[in-house]
Structure formats: C-alpha cells, structure tokens
Ligand binder design. Structure first.
Ligand code: NAD
Length: 242
C-alpha cells in the first residue's frame, strides 16, 4: 500500500520540492497551504497554518481519506528581516504564529494519529539560525531556534511510540522566500540584486546558495531512516561548520 505524507507550505520552494520528491517515490502527498500548488499531483487543502482549527480540519480530512499518516513535514514559514527596534508587536505575532505556533498546532494534530497507528516520521523545517545568529534576524531566528527545541523535546516524548522527529536546518536556499528577501534588501540598500546574489554565494563555503531539491532530498531521507530522532541536520553548504 502506498504511503502518505502531509506537508505544510507545499506550494512553493522547499515544500514544493519535497512534495515532488515524495510524489516521485510513489508517496501520496497532501499539501496544506494558503496558495494553490502548480503541481496537480499534490492533494491540495487550503489551510492557514496559523489557525489551530484550520490545521485540525485539514489533518482530519487527510485521515478520513487515507486512514494512515506515515510522514509529516512542518515546513510553512515566512521570512522577516528587521532589528528589534524595527519590529512591531504585530510583526512579532505574525512571525511567531506562522513559523512557530503552526509547528505546535501541526504536531498536536498529527501526533495522536501517529501514536494510535504505532508509527510515524516527522520532519520540521528549521534553519541554520537554529545554531547561529544573523543580523536583522532576531525574531525570525528565534522562531527557528524554538522549532529546534520543539523537535528535540517532542522526539524524547514520543520515542517509545515508534515516532521519530527530526529537523532540517537549511542555510541560504534559492526559493521565492529568498528572492523576496534579497529584493527587499536591494530596495533598502540600493545594491543591485545581481550583486547581492554574487555576494550571498561568496559567503558560503561551497560558493553557492542551496537548491530546494537538496533540502527535499534530506527531508525525504529522514522519513526513510530508522533509529534517528531528535536530530538537527544542517544543510547549508558548510555555513555553520565554521
Ligand atoms: P517559500 O516562500 O518559497 O514557501 C513557503 C510556503 O509556505 C509557500 O507556499 C507559502 O504559501 C506557504 N505559507 C506561508 N504562510 C502560510 C500560512 N500562514 N499557512 C499556510 N501556508 C503558508 O519559502 P521557502 O524558502 O521554501 O521556505 C520554506 C521553509 O524553509 C520556511 O519555514 C523557511 O523559514 C525555511 N527556510 C528557508 C530558507 C531559505 O533560504 N529559503 C532557509 C532556511 C529555512
């Protein structure tokens, strides 16, 4: 019988690349997003991950359609670049809701199902900012470090239920999120996009920014291996190794 994965934020970037990887492996993919995906192979469910009701409803739909949820990927997120003084309470709330509370809501919806079925593999999408600080990134980075902690504690709490919980920690990856972030920086600084792209690549030990497909490969791998749980896996071209 074919396996099933639920992926949040499956309509773009890393989530879309992950969805396409699972589809190639014959896994049924349910994508929860606020935007419809371009790939018709993804079973799309409109869901704002910042809403616990929306997540509960979406996960219930998947469970009633397929019964078993083998894998779940908590990936939806938004980027925000600002110092503390430049961050309003509304900005803070939006980032925490979409990046962090959503991960808690998603785990809360999926874990009882995995527990009842006796198995499950969960992958959280954190960031290299689970390990390091970056300028103008205090709150975004804090949401990602929080996901890392959520991953480790949840892995321990559910280890004896045959449920594995791991996080991937990508560095700079060329997705629409990255393109928007450098476009905003270009507007603020007056530096041309092309120049920023060259600089970004030069900052990486591997002299390139990552491709979403590479992160997708690691996400898929973490749903296939046994005996790995509570891990934070950098995929950043060596950025955090320095
Ligand atoms: P992206 O913008 O290309 O894709 C994000 C997806 O999440 C989109 O489909 C978007 O519609 C969806 N989304 C946003 N808000 C949502 C909401 N409230 N409810 C449901 N869906 C929502 O971004 P990406 O670069 O692929 O990022 C995916 C994840 O990877 C994010 O959590 C991001 O923080 C993380 N990440 C990205 C990078 C990078 O450099 N691109 C680096 C480290 C971590």
């Amino acid at each position: 019988m074919s396996k099933t994965v639920i992926i949040t934020g499956a309509s773009s970037g890393i989530g879309l690349a992950a969805a396409e990887h699972f589809l190639r492996e014959g896994v049924a993919v349910f994508g929860l997003d606020i935007v419809e995906p371009g790939n018709s192979g993804i079973n799309y469910i409109h869901c704002d991950v910042a809403s616990i009701e929306a997540i509960n409803d979406a996960v219930s739909v998947v469970q009633s359609e397929v019964g078993v949820i083998d894998y779940a990927v908590s990936n939806a997120g938004v980027h925000f670049s600002a110092t503390i003084e430049q961050t309003s309470e509304q900005d803070f709330d939006r980032l925490v809701d979409v990046n962090f509370k959503s991960s808690f809501f998603f785990l809360k919806a999926v874990l009882p199902i995995m527990k009842a079925q006796g198995h499950g593999k969960l992958v959280m999408v954190a960031s290299d900012q689970a390990f390091i600080g970056k300028r103008s990134s205090a709150i975004y980075g804090a949401t990602k470090a929080a996901i890392a902690q959520l991953t480790k504690s949840t892995a321990l709490d559910y280890a004896d239920h045959n449920i594995q919980v791991n996080a991937v920690c990508p560095g700079t990856v060329n997705t629409p999120l990255y393109q928007h972030a450098i476009a905003a920086y270009s507007d603020r600084s007056g530096i041309a996009m092309e120049e920023i792209e060259v600089e970004e690549a030069a900052c990486q030990p591997m002299n390139q920014v990552g491709k979403p497909e590479a992160v997708a490969d690691l996400i898929y791998f973490l749903t296939q291996v046994d005996f790995a749980t509570g891990g934070l896996y950098p995929i950043d071209g060596g950025y955090t190794a320095r």
